[in-house]
Design a protein around this ligand. Structure first.
Ligand SMILES: C[S@@+](CC[C@H](N)C(=O)[O-])C[C@H]1O[C@@H](n2cnc3c(N)ncnc32)[C@H](O)[C@@H]1O
Length: 580
């Protein structure tokens, strides 16, 4: 559903892209859209797809953008089968395929995948259309392979636990792996490292796109395919590797120009800390400390404007801060930065969990990832020996999932977390294992110390958040999801408030993850404060005291231990509670 007037155009170099017809106000929902095609696991749906496999309308190949909705629907069904055969999914045609790049000299594994995919599609086609002329099949093979490229280029990976409804089937499907879905309009949004919109998933795989800044008429709408806090080289590398293109957004161009004009490795290192949102606006590009301060001021400003701490803008700022701190810490700004990164990830994670309670559970993977990273970071800050052993845990997670525009905790990693099994150091190891390539593993230099209460609390929360509620999956099917576990496999369907505890899982599902964390470690209360203790119904004014405490802490400087003391002091004050 388009909430605002938009249009799409074709431009050399950027392909199709979407522009606003009217002025869009920051925060407004621009577009809400259901997938047009996803993977299908149901055999009947596959049969249905098979029947139209060879029906690629010629018009579709020649000028797909002019195709009618009906024609697109046919194509979507066909390609669903291609994707099913690939264990991958795809959708509509009016998108570029990056075909040349995929089959070009740097294609790597993709060429092999494509060939396999194309062959699979063609053999299915042969089976479906007896006696088809060989020439026609060859033509279809190329079309099929191109279709697969289109999926690689345009699909969004949806949450693992979200069942996705596809236009080509009345049924909702749950594929057992994160579905990748194609969207008629959202899949046409180009990337910018300084995007003016952001998106999140809703139940059924629908995506909601919001303007994050005011957008003028005829301005192009862009999303970010990756974590924008990363330095230029890393972003370029990521986009090239995952999406086969060299980013030409304004921010990249500006940073490239700056890199050319400013020599020196040390300034380049500092530039890595550039913030996503404020860098160019306030002229502080390249100054990590200024960008950081600016973001912090941004949080307070947003809240000062009467925006609730759960507001997506605050969450976005917390995410930016966490990323900025991580980058700073990696570049040598040290333990204070790590601790701050942990704090912001916790703030964000807790807030996201609270947001889930009002139905926006598309944010869950981010919450889970943030909890795990916060735990790792806190422990790294506390013990440098452990920190050294766990270096990869702070790695940017956007690199972990090839061709997924949403960085997800892997299923395997999710499975490893079990309630009650949040043992040090296993949880953190599990949290980081998904990001660690075999070659990057180093022997541990020292035996880790026993967990601090602080770290244990975070670990417990992480485990609770990520652990799938396996025994409950069948019994929960279609009824509701456990309030604190959106990873419950098979617990699909719209989430309504639970009427009964999730007995099958053998644990108290009603305890929110952040509460587990706080039970284990009360000193976390200040970190979880805005998120964990304030209810969405509270007016922003009620959060005044908390904001002041937060500001005080943010303004603090000094060694990590001092930071922690201050934090503990505030934490024991128990600033605000939803019960109060
Ligand atoms: C999801 S599609 C976006 C729609 C696409 N422009 C089309 O015509 O269908 C992603 C592809 O668009 C192109 N693209 C997106 N953002 C870009 C950017 N910032 N710079 C250069 N190419 C970009 C790349 O080829 C990328 O693989």
């Amino acid at each position: 559903m388009t909430r605002c007037k938009l249009y799409h155009r074709y431009a050399e170099g950027r392909g199709y892209h979407v522009r606003a017809k009217q002025r869009l106000v920051a925060g407004s929902i621009v577009l809400e859209e259901k997938p047009c095609a996803v993977a299908l696991s149901h055999s009947a749906a596959e049969e249905q797809c098979r029947a139209c496999l060879m029906n690629l309308p010629p018009k579709l190949r020649e000028d797909p953008i002019k195709c009618t909705r009906k024609e697109l629907g046919t194509f979507a069904r066909e390609t669903c089968l291609a994707l099913r055969l690939l264990q991958c999914k795809r959708g509509e045609p009016p998108f570029q395929s990056n075909w040349d790049k995929f089959i070009g000299p740097q294609a790597g594994d993709d060429a092999h995948v494509l060939c396999t995919a194309a062959k699979a599609v063609v053999s299915a086609a042969k089976a479906a259309v007896e006696g088809e002329a060989a020439g026609a099949v060859v033509r279809e093979e190329k079309a099929a392979a191109e279709a697969v490229c289109q999926v690689f280029t345009n699909s969004l990976e949806v949450l693992p636990s979200i069942p996705v409804a596809c236009a080509c089937s009345a049924e909702t499907v749950h594929t057992g792996q994160p579905p990748a879905a194609m969207y008629s309009l959202i899949s046409r949004l180009n990337h910018s490292c300084r995007a003016n919109t952001a998106y999140h998933f809703k139940a059924g795989g629908a995506v909601v796109v919001r303007a994050v800044v005011d957008i003028e008429p005829d301005e192009e709408l862009c999303i970010s395919y990756l974590d924008p806090i990363q330095p230029l080289s890393r972003r370029q590398e990521d986009l090239q590797e995952r999406f086969c293109f060299a980013c030409s957004c304004e921010r990249c161009k500006l940073e490239q120009r700056m890199q050319q004009s400013e020599a020196g490795a040390s300034t380049n290192a500092t530039k890595a800390c550039i913030s996503a949102d404020t860098d160019q606006q306030d002229g502080r590009l390249g100054n990590a400390a200024a960008a950081w301060a600016s973001l912090e001021a941004g949080i307070l400003q947003v809240e000062g404007m009467g925006v609730h701490p759960y507001h997506y803008r605050c969450l976005g700022l917390y995410a930016c801060l966490a990323s900025a701190c991580r980058v700073c810490a990696k570049l040598g700004a040290g333990r204070v930065a790590l601790r701050r990164a942990a704090m912001y990830t916790l703030l964000q994670a807790g807030a996201v969990e609270a947001v889930l309670a009002v139905g926006e559970y598309g944010a869950m993977p981010h919450a889970a990832r943030n909890w795990s990273e916060a735990g790792a970071l806190l422990c790294e800050g506390r013990d440098s020996a452990i920190g050294a052993a766990r270096q990869p845990a702070a790695e940017d997670s956007s690199r972990s999932s090839k061709r997924a525009r949403v960085a997800e905790p892997s299923r395997e990693a999710s499975r490893q977390g079990r309630p009650g099994a949040a043992q040090w150091p296993d949880v953190l190891q599990n949290a980081s294992a998904q990001k660690e390539s075999p070659s990057s593993k180093r022997p541990r230099k020292s035996v880790p110390e026993p967990p601090s209460e602080f770290a244990a609390g975070v670990c417990a929360a992480w485990a609770a958040l990520c652990a799938p509620c396996e025994p409950a999956a069948d019994s929960l099917q279609g009824r509701y999801q456990c309030p604190s576990h959106s990873f419950c496999e098979g617990a699909n369907g719209a989430r309504s408030p639970p009427e009964e505890p999730c007995e099958a899982s053998g644990r108290e599902e009603s305890v929110p993850a952040h509460q587990l964390c706080l039970d284990a470690c009360p000193e976390l209360s200040v970190l979880a404060g805005p998120a964990g203790f304030l209810s969405c119904s509270q007016p922003p004014a009620a959060n005044q005291e908390l904001r002041q405490a937060l500001q005080k802490q943010l303004n603090g400087s000094g060694e990590a231990e001092e930071d922690l003391q201050r934090l503990e002091h505030i934490g024991h004050g128990r600033i605000c509670s939803s019960d109060e």
